[in-house]
Design a protein around this ligand. Structure first.
Ligand SMILES: CC(C)(COP(=O)(O)OP(=O)(O)OC[C@H]1O[C@@H](n2cnc3c(N)ncnc32)[C@H](O)[C@@H]1OP(=O)(O)O)[C@@H](O)C(=O)NCCC(=O)NCCS
Length: 143
């Protein structure tokens, strides 16, 4: 397993996973722009395929936002998101980031469990028209 910064050549595989993972997927151009932020991929050793990715953006006051995280549906529940997140949190810590935030759909119980396992706590609810459109903002302090 290799966890590394993404390259332009990875973007087609990332977009494919994105389409399989979200109802309103980001397109190629969004991910191309994310190469200027922190776009990290999990690559399988033997096939050299990208199995998952994460996008983080650093903001003011030593804060970072995780904008995207997805694993190819065939490779879920194998601990890949956990490894990708742990590596990212280490990288952010080394960049002196003190707090990490993520907005997660209230109905996305698997993702909420994943973030809670890594220490994130629900900080606020962002209500929308219905519960299935509402979000939690989850936060983790690194220092
Ligand atoms: C959410 C997602 C990133 C999890 O990736 P993953 O590699 O399958 O996650 P992991 O194998 O590292 O799981 C870690 C923990 O998350 C929770 N979890 C993840 N998938 C789960 C599932 N299908 N059922 C129950 N719990 C689950 C569990 O607590 C799990 O720990 P455990 O295995 O010790 O029980 C993946 O399902 C995905 O890409 N979903 C679609 C996109 C998405 O929703 N992204 C998050 C946006 S905020």
């Amino acid at each position: 397993m290799v966890i590394r910064l993404a390259k332009k050549e990875d973007l087609d595989e990332i977009v494919e996973i994105e389409k399989l993972s979200f109802p309103n997927p980001w397109n190629y151009n969004y991910f191309n722009a994310a190469l200027n932020d922190l776009l990290i991929v999990y690559e399988d050793d033997s096939s050299r395929r990208v199995l998952g990715y994460l996008v983080a953006v650093c903001c003011k006051e030593n804060r970072a936002l995780i904008m995207k995280l997805a694993i190819h549906p065939r490779y879920r529940s194998k601990g890949i998101a956990t490894k990708l997140l742990k590596t990212t949190l280490e990288m952010l810590k080394n960049m002196n980031v003190k707090e990490v935030e993520i907005d997660v759909d209230m109905m996305n119980k698997n993702a909420i469990k994943l973030y809670e396992k890594l220490g994130f706590k629900i900080a606020r609810t962002i209500p929308m028209n219905s519960e299935d459109e509402s979000f939690y903002t989850m936060k983790l302090k690194l220092y």
